[in-house]
Ligand binder design. Structure first.
Ligand SMILES: Nc1ncnc2c1ncn2[C@@H]1O[C@H](COP(=O)(O)OP(=O)(O)OP(=O)(O)O)[C@@H](O)[C@H]1O
Ligand SMILES: [Mg+2]
Length: 1047
């Protein structure tokens, strides 16, 4: 039974194969037109013509990229193709190499993904001759990473700096040559650093040998470095004025030699804007920028410094204006500058002497200064950019290196610079050979894989010719440079001829045969490079190799206040006494260093081809391309690829990566790695012709086999990751849970402890308080002291609080006043008094006038009767009326009889005859002056108050009253015996009207009364069970009254 892995693997393999077949079929018809995408699939892979045909077909269809396996061949289209858009980048992101048409993005993506998945470092070697498109290719790769790599806000700034370092370096290091309008005049190797997540986190740039001679001299049709033209074209008026520059490049000696300041393909103005913006992004301070521009301007001013021969033949300097600007821009005293430009310091044993220059010498020194200033500023610039790209954290990073170096170039006259540039290309070709064709073949041999060797040209012989110790061209050149006395460029040539005569790749006029001699000048030597023959003219070789700058001009520069110049000419620089390494040796060493850097990384190649020499779009020059195909070794590479295997890995590495795909090898394989791999590929179902087992490595022939395995691994990795993730999550959650539980227990324990301590303290406090309370209580009657003061305060407070809540609400309530504790007795009494007063006042203030009058009269009644007459208490609650019969109800006759005396009070009464005691209903009317007894319309008796002696009532419950009058006249009627239902009211009204308070006498038992003067009657009062009035046998009027119920 096949396992799920096998099923999945075979399915994805099948799908992939089907797709490839389908694609192939689809493109079968198209292929005739557009050629094939990978030269490996070319039928006649050994035929150069077929190779060229394919390239041409594709070029004509604007398909500039073609693979040879994983190597990318690119042909410069010299026109915009619209294939580098963001959309294109998206298409190529994360897609397998061979699934889409060849593209620089596909290569970049593949490098990136290999780097992230294998955590290894890589480099992309971009080669080709000048103008073939190397710099463009390297920019496209960088742009692709800028868009495709994961990023954060922080990393965006790294990305921007990486991207913007390009225009700055190009402005200072590129120039228009005859071969290329934007030719790199320095070598550049850029490391892009990635963190473990695949994000670009930093970078580093190494620069190689800038062609400084261009600063002071350009061939016809060429320009100086772009930056000079950009500054003049794009610089704002203010800036140019400040720099003492005029907008026209024609004014500057260093810019006019090539006679082509303006080039249609170059827009200096807009490039200036880009550079200006880039400088700020890459952390250049305004001060730095100002100093940098000052330096560019001063190079132009230096170029315009003019010397003339003085009377003694020495150089004199007339360019006052230039010196003034130079002194301002370089912040140097003008006389120092003048002296530096016209004199040289010679050291004798005893002293230093100033020796004046001849005009030629002065010009030489001037140009040397300009070159030195520019060259050193360029190095400063690279360092500064590196500072801004540096990633400071020390975590492990993987790297993708981009190598974009000046391409192989041949001009009509080739000098020291071309020699260095072409030597550099020679070295890179050697590296390419070593890493590809040679190493590949050696590897098959070593691994014991059957193999038919491919013959190729190894350019090591040329590299040796240039760099070999003691015999090589550089060694001879250095020797001549160091030789004291008489050494010239020509003696150098002679030395070369002596040493290298007979070398198959070296020829001079003297060494050449008849035919060749015609093509060589006397001062020339010719090298047969891997890329073709180049004739070098030796003029200037020694000087350029020495690159001398007089010591005193260096001293002058050290006095500058311009901070960049200060850094470029440090005081610590070793002086001339110790000779510095020559330029060629420095370059040779730096290339050796570069080779070392590259050897430690995995290589990828882009081979750029130039379709024609006239920078024209759509023109495919067969001869020219064929030549490049040849010297770049593309045919050999194709043959090796075709016969070889697309992929190989050490058994350990292969097993380590893919062991999860087979149950027998997962998680650990016990046997040897080779056996493990054998078991693994058997399980994966590799066919015998798809792979080979070497001594230490497995070789896989087709990429598709590997892709299928990769796909299966991808799926498996996800499953494994999910499992590991689940386990890890479980572990994490459990760990979290245990941590939380422990924390909870700890918190609980602490909390409980805290609570318990609080409770203990509370209880201790309570016990203390209770004890104090008890002590206070037992000592409550002692004088106030420590033992009882708090208790007493508490008692006081609590009594007062209780009292406040329970105060009596009525004056009459005498009972509910709280009994005070002993300490509060006095206060309580005072408070009670106060409170009573308060209640009284409140009561009094609440009284109406009527009620007040009523109460006054009641108070009078109380004075008279309270405690004296038995029935009085029953009367208290009954209100008194002001009269019982109103004036309106009164008989008008009676009122008339009373005359002017107005009635004050009237009440119905029963009058008992003085004789016989017959009861008669009468009305008792009180006026201001007298009391009238009225029977209907008649006034029966008028008793003037003056004659009224008093009124007697019994102390019992009856309602009898006896009105005593003074009886002087016999005709006058005697005392009145009356019965009145409103006894208390009527008598009180009487007292009020008469204003005699003690008019009423309460008597016990009997009351005597005058019937007429001298004749008395008696009324006896007695209590009984019911009320009765009758004439007793003794002739007295007996009044029995029912005993009043006590209230
Ligand atoms: N892929 C491309 N698409 C469009 N134009 C291109 C492309 N590649 C190169 N070119 C054109 O060719 C010119 C030269 O290319 P580039 O500067 O990259 O050459 P180079 O190989 O770096 O040369 P050198 O060795 O002189 O620096 C570019 O300025 C551009 O106009
Ligand atoms: Mg370039």
């Amino acid at each position: 039974m096949p396992t799920s892995y096998q099923r999945m693997l075979s399915k994805s393999l099948e799908e992939r194969c089907n797709r490839i077949l389908r694609d192939m079929e689809c493109s079968q018809t198209a292929r005739d037109r557009v050629g094939i995408q990978d030269f490996v699939l070319l039928d006649s892979h050994t035929s150069e013509s077929a190779f060229l045909d394919n390239l041409r077909k594709r070029f004509n269809e604007n398909l500039i990229y073609t693979y040879i396996g994983t190597l990318l061949v690119s042909v410069n289209p010299y026109k915009e193709l619209g294939i580098y858009t963001k959309k294109q980048m998206d298409i190529y992101m994360g897609v397998n190499f061979f699934e889409l048409p060849p593209h620089i993005f596909a290569l970049a993506d593949n490098v990136y993904r290999t780097m992230t998945s294998e955590s290894s470092s890589h480099f992309i070697l971009i080669s080709g001759e000048s103008g073939a498109g190397k710099t463009e290719a390297s920019k496209k790769v960088l742009q692709f990473y800028a868009v495709s790599c994961p990023s954060t806000r922080l990393l965006d700034s790294v990305r921007d700096r990486l991207l913007l370092s390009n225009p700055v370096l190009e402005a200072f290091g590129n120039a228009k040559t005859l071969k290329n309008d934007n030719s790199s005049r320095f070598g550049k190797y850029m490391d892009i650093q990635f963190n473990y997540q695949g994000a670009a986190v930093g970078g580093h740039i190494l620069s190689y040998l800038l062609e400084k001679s261009r600063v002071v001299h350009q061939n016809r049709g060429e320009r100086n470095f772009h930056i000079f033209y950009q500054l003049l074209e794009g610089g704002e008026e203010d800036l140019l004025r400040w720099l003492g520059l005029e907008q026209s490049s024609q004014k500057y000696a260093y810019l006019v030699q090539g006679a082509c300041a303006k080039v249609s393909s170059i827009n200096d103005k807009s490039d200036w804007k880009t550079v200006r913006k880039a400088l700020s992004v890459i952390d250049f301070s305004e001060k730095d920028i100002e100093h940098l521009f000052a330096i560019i301007a001063s190079v132009l001013h230096i170029g315009n410094v003019h010397f003339e021969a003085g009377t003694r033949g020495y150089a004199t300097l007339n360019s006052n204006e230039e010196i003034r600007w130079l002194s301002k821009l370089l912040e140097l005293p003008p006389h120092v500058l003048r002296e530096g430009l016209t004199h040289r310091k010679i050291e004798t044993k005893a002293e230093e002497v100033l020796s004046p220059f001849t005009v030629d010498h002065a010009r030489y020194a001037r140009d040397a200064l300009a070159k030195a200033i520019y060259g050193r500023t360029f190095t400063w610039l690279v360092n500064k950019i590196n500072e801004s790209l540096a990633n400071k954290d020390s975590t492990r990073k993987t790297v993708i290196g981009l190598l974009d170096i000046y391409g192989f170039e041949v001009f009509e006259v080739n000098s020291f610079e071309q020699f260095c540039i072409n030597y550099c290309n020679e070295k890179l070709q050697q590296l390419f050979i070593q890493l590809t064709i040679k190493s590949e073949q050696e590897e098959y041999e070593q691994e014991g894989i059957e193999w038919e060797p491919v013959v190729y040209f190894n350019n090591k012989i040329i590299c040796d010719l240039v760099e070999e110790k003691h015999r090589g061209i550089i060694a001879v050149l250095d020797e001549e440079c160091l030789r004291p006395g008489g050494a010239t460029d020509l003696t150098f040539l002679e030395k070369l001829e002596a040493k290298l005569s007979g070398h198959p790749h070296f020829v001079t006029h003297k060494l050449a045969d008849q035919k060749t001699r015609k093509t060589l000048g006397r001062g020339d030597f010719r090298l047969v490079h891997y890329a073709g023959e180049v004739t070098y003219n030796v003029t200037g070789f020694l000087d350029k190799n020495n690159d001398l700058l007089y010591r005193n001009i260096k001293d002058v520069m050290r006095q500058s206040k311009n901070t960049i110049i200060q850094q470029c000419f440090p005081a610590s620089e070793p002086d001339n006494k110790k000779r510095p390494e020559t330029v060629a040796t420095q370059f040779k060493n730096s290339l050796a260093g570069l080779t070392e850097i590259l050897m430690s990384k995995e290589p990828w190649y882009v081979r750029c081809l130039k379709p024609n020499d006239s920078k024209q779009p759509g023109r495919f020059d067969d001869i020219m391309v064929r030549h490049q195909v040849k010297y770049l070794g593309l045919m050999e590479h194709l043959r090796v690829r075709r016969a070889g295997f697309a992929y190989r890995r050490r058994y350990e590495v292969f097993l380590k990566r893919y062991k999860a795909l087979c149950p027998d090898t997962w998680p650990n394989w016990r046997g040897t790695p080779a056996e493990g791999v054998k078991c693994l590929v058997k399980y994966l179902g590799y066919k015998p012709d798809e792979y080979k087992m070497g001594r230490t490595k497995i070789f896989i022939r087709h990429p598709r086999t590997l892709f299928a395995t990769e796909d299966a691994f991808d799926v498996c990795r996800h499953e494994l990751a999910t499992r590991i993730q689940a386990k890890y999550k479980g572990y994490k959650v459990k760990e979290d849970f245990l941590r939380q539980k422990e924390a909870a227990t700890k918190i609980e324990a602490c909390w409980r402890g805290l609570q318990a301590r609080k409770e203990r303290d509370r209880r201790a406090w309570a016990a203390k308080v209770i004890k104090k309370f008890i002590k206070g209580f037992t000592n409550r009657n002692q004088p106030v002291g420590v033992d009882n003061s708090e208790y007493l305060t508490f008692v006081r407070q609590s009594y007062l609080q209780r009292l406040r809540d329970n105060l009596p609400t009525s004056v009459l309530d005498k009972q509910s006043w709280l009994t005070p504790p002993p300490v509060m007795q006095e206060a309580s009494a005072l408070l009670q008094k106060l409170h009573t007063r308060y209640l009284v006042r409140k009561y009094v203030q609440g009284l109406t006038a009527e009620r007040k009058a009523q109460l006054k009269i009641k108070a009078l009644a109380s004075d008279i009767f309270k405690g004296k007459k038995e029935s009085y208490p029953q009367s208290v609650a009954r209100p008194f009326a002001s009269t019982r019969i109103s004036e309106q109800d009164m008989n008008t006759r009676v009122l008339q009889l009373m005359g002017t005396e107005s009635m004050k009070y009237s009440v119905p009464v029963i009058k008992y005859d003085r004789n016989g005691f017959r009861p008669r209903y009468r009305l008792l009317i009180l006026t201001k002056k007298a009391a009238y007894l009225v029977e209907e319309t008649k006034i029966k008796q008028r008793v003037d108050y003056k004659s009224m002696k008093g009124v007697s009532v019994s102390n019992l419950s009856d309602d009898f009253l006896i009105l005593h009058v003074t009886c002087e006249d016999i005709k006058q009627k005697g005392d009145l015996v009356l019965q009145c239902s409103y006894l208390f009211e009527a008598l009180t009204q009487l007292c009020m009207v008469t204003k005699k308070r003690n008019l009423v006498q309460v008597v016990q038992g009997s009351v005597k009364f005058d019937i007429q003067p001298g004749r008395e009657g008696v009324v006896d009062f007695k209590s009984s069970s019911e009320f009765m009035v009758y004439r007793a046998k003794n002739g007295h009027l007996m009044v029995e009254s029912a005993r009043a119920k006590s209230r």
